[in-house]
Design a protein around this ligand. Structure first.
Ligand code: CA
Length: 246
């Protein structure tokens, strides 16, 4: 697996540097942010594995960052950096979906132990979806193509394939447009460019129209009102590769 990428959102320079140095020494890739808005943007980038989040931050505090992050990406791991004596903060943080917390001042050793524990829990590689059946067709996500029973076929772009793969891998839930933007495009600015997602979904849907039943094709991607999209029940996973190294 590649190095885990960790975003450190902390305005106090000495603490931020200390944390970043300790993480880098332990082999992690680190991105630093000194305020709420830039921290949120970095935290939503596509390849982030963990976010270390201070509470008292300029411009947008840690609570706002956490709730925004949870709304967009319910699964992105977060460890709060809380102040001594703020028991309520810890309870509130965990209730809001933080994965863990450390209390300032903390040692590098303690921090690394917490980081490792959260990553162990959260960084389980998902099995990769390879083949999906849809009506009379078979979607090959490795080759990025759809083959229909009548012999016709269509190619999927890299983005369309990634989009479909992500929806299918998370087929038990609806996925928001913002989460798709963040995970597929790596754009972390909430509320922006969500039309990009709609355009790609429209194009993908057109390619997924089963020629065997042109009037009533099985629904591959379901629109979830005022939220986003979900893999439709017509998509049936027939082959998944097990994660590398497991
Ligand atoms: Ca602070």
């Amino acid at each position: 697996m590649p190095k885990a990428r960790i975003v450190v959102i902390e305005d106090e320079v000495a603490i931020r540097r200390g944390v970043a140095d300790a993480l880098r020494l332990s082999g992690y890739e680190v991105v630093e942010a000194a305020d709420g808005p830039s921290g949120l943007r970095e935290a939503l980038a596509a390849s982030v594995d963990l976010v270390l989040l201070d509470i008292m931050l300029p411009k947008k505090d840690g609570w706002e960052v956490l709730s925004e992050l949870r709304r967009i990406d319910p699964a992105r791991p977060v460890i709060l950096l809380t102040a001594r004596g703020c028991e309520e903060d810890r309870v509130r943080g965990l209730k809001m979906g933080a994965d863990d917390y450390v209390v300032k001042p903390f040692s590098a050793k303690e921090l690394i132990a917490r980081v490792e524990a959260v990553l162990r829990r959260t960084r389980k590689p998902m099995p990769e979806v390879r083949l999906v059946e849809l009506g009379s067709g078979l979607i090959d996500l490795h080759r990025r193509e759809i083959r229909w029973a009548d012999g016709s076929r269509a190619d999927l772009s890299e983005t369309e394939s990634a989009l479909l793969k992500y929806l299918v891998a998370n087929r038990e839930r609806a996925v928001s447009r913002e989460e798709l933007l963040s995970r597929i495009w790596g754009i972390g600015t909430a509320g922006l460019e969500t039309r990009t997602v709609d355009m790609h979904v429209a194009r993908l849907r057109a390619k997924l129209r089963d020629p065997a039943c042109p009037d009533d094709p099985p629904e591959a991607i379901v629109t979830v009102r005022s939220h986003g999209y979900m893999a439709g029940p017509a998509l049936v996973v027939v082959a998944e590769s097990s994660p590398v190294g497991h």
